[in-house]
Ligand binder design. Structure first.
Ligand code: MN
Ligand code: MN
Length: 412
């Protein structure tokens, strides 16, 4: 360890482990928080009061780290609230990329709001686009490489995935448009540099457009120099009519690009919460992004685990929680999260997430991989020879017997 523990901190750690093992903290009506503050009371005092008090109160584990935190780990949190909001007549958008959150190299995210009738322009991009509807209704369109069309309506709790290079659009429906989260499998993705239909057409000589479409050049009015991007459009009619018109003689795309995530039964459900896992196995149109949608009830814990295959990009949909990431060599950092925050954990770094509020904590885990994979600490320790674990942790066989003997995902 780079820093040596000071005597008061060491005392806390010893008291903490001994007391937790015997249940003494609970027996004395004393919480871990009270012990921690007591131990830090002189060196961690705040003679000038709280700096930026609202931020301080929202980030208690940064303002006053738990005694088990140690060493330097760069931030793995970025609130969308801090991102610039681009406001257009048809809605707004903002993004969190590696430029904002430096650890987030594999995935970037975008929030977008479209008013009723508001259109996110026909466009495409190199990154794969995974999305969760957070509010309202939208009509989405795409075509596959066979030229077959896809048109569907999505509502809160539905997801979609548009693979790399597939052109698509999103339009807000009644009564109040929509808000959604977009996730891209590239931390350097830039929502403002996608290929827009009108941007491209506007930078093509009219005589080429005329030749390409077999109509007179005069048929094309001038287009805005940088495309329309997000703009108010005409409210679409019945879904069936739009689907039929878009299909023409080719028929619909064989692969649906959307998925009713919240209509799927939980992949795992315990007293503490539930998780839905969606990846290339059950959602064929998402071969590049795997996801877990987690609901943690108050007091619930997303168990100690890590991911062998990819970095984890998180979006906190609602509620309050905290996560500790352990980065080896004595380094551990705890950060607090709530609605609209992005979190990030590097591949193989162990972590857990605790619901610290009094309502459900709902969050997404996203991975740049075709399959969801994790390793549960409890499952691992109960699937190696018991004596090996006992020799490491100096616990009794009875304690080890009480560990969950499978991956629970959510405890208790
Ligand atoms: Mn897109
Ligand atoms: Mn995880």
């Amino acid at each position: 360890m780079a820093e040596s523990l000071n005597p008061s901190r060491r005392r806390f750690l010893e008291l903490g482990s001994a007391a937790l093992a015997s249940g003494a903290l609970a027996a004395h009506g004393q919480t871990q928080q009270e012990v921690k503050e007591g131990e830090h009371s002189s060196s961690a005092s705040l003679p000038r009061g709280k700096e930026n008090a609202p931020l301080f109160d929202e980030n208690p584990d940064s303002a006053m780290p738990p005694a088990t935190d140690h060493g330097s780990i760069p931030t793995f949190k970025y609130p969308f609230t801090l991102a610039h909001k681009r406001i257009e007549p048809g809605g707004w958008t903002r993004q969190v990329t590696v430029a904002d959150l430096h650890v987030a190299k594999e995935i970037a995210g975008v929030q977008m709001r479209l008013i009723a009738g508001g259109i996110r322009e026909l466009h495409w991009h190199r990154a794969s686009e995974w999305a969760l509807m957070l509010y309202g209704n939208a009509r989405i369109t795409c075509i596959d490489p066979d030229g077959r069309s896809f048109v569907d309506d999505v509502k809160e709790g539905d997801i979609w995935n548009f693979p790399s290079g597939y052109p698509h659009s999103i339009q807000g429906l009644g009564p109040d448009g929509c808000e959604f989260l977009l996730v891209f499998d590239d931390g350097s993705f830039d929502e403002y540099e996608t290929v827009l239909l009108t941007d491209w057409m506007g930078h093509t000589p009219p005589e080429v457009l005329a030749k390409n479409f077999g109509v007179p050049a005069s048929a094309f009015p001038a287009l805005p120099p940088e495309g329309r991007y997000i703009f108010p459009g005409t409210m679409p009619g019945a879904l069936g009519a739009d689907q039929k018109a878009a299909q023409g003689n080719l028929g619909p795309s064989r692969l649906p690009f959307d998925f009713r995530l919240m209509e799927m039964p939980p992949t795992k459900k315990t007293r503490g919460g539930e998780v839905r896992i969606v990846d290339g196995g059950n959602f064929k149109a998402s071969p590049q992004i795997a996801a877990a949608h987690v609901i943690l009830h108050p007091g619930g814990l997303r168990e100690m685990h890590w991911h062998p295959n990819a970095d984890e990009w998180q979006y906190f949909v609602k509620g309050k929680g905290r996560m500790t990431v352990f980065a080896a060599a004595g380094r551990a950092r705890t950060m607090d999260f709530e609605q609209g925050d992005v979190g990030y954990v590097q591949q193989t770094f162990p972590h857990y997430i605790e619901n610290t509020g009094d309502t459900d904590l709902v969050f997404l885990e996203l991975f740049k991989d075709s399959r969801y994979q994790d390793v549960s600490l409890a499952n691992w320790l109960t699937h190696v020879p018991a004596q090996l674990v006992i020799d490491h942790l100096k616990i009794s066989q009875a304690t080890l017997d009480h560990f969950p003997h499978e991956e629970t995902v959510v405890m208790p």
